[in-house]
Write a protein that binds this ligand. Structure first.
Ligand code: ZN
Length: 103
């Protein structure tokens, strides 16, 4: 019977180093997963009228905003929508912003 513990140390070390230098796909995948699950995704919201910023967790239903504005600004403080675009407003973005989408 072979003794389980007699693997020479140099062998396991070189195998480990090789794994580290040329990680197989499954190892890359599991590293990527670990990284993304640890870090919650935050975005920085910036008011296009006064420059106020706030960090918020993006919601799934958020569209791509053309502009963001604090909820206490007048909406006409923002530039007019380009010709042919219609403006939609979304309240309650990050708690204190209004999101504007021109499309
Ligand atoms: Zn503002």
């Amino acid at each position: 019977m072979a003794v389980r513990h007699d693997l020479p140390a140099w062998m396991s070390e070189s195998v480990l180093a090789d794994l580290d230098e040329n990680p197989p796909a499954w190892l890359l995948q599991s590293r990527a997963n670990r990284r993304s699950s640890k870090r919650p995704v935050w975005v920085q919201l910036t008011c296009d009228v006064c420059g106020l910023t706030a960090d918020a967790r993006p919601k799934k239903w958020w569209p791509e905003f053309t502009y963001l504005s604090c909820s206490d600004h007048d909406i006409w403080d923002l530039p007019e929508p380009a010709d042919g675009l219609t403006r939609e407003e979304f309240d309650g973005i990050g708690g204190q912003f209004i999101g504007v989408v021109d499309r």
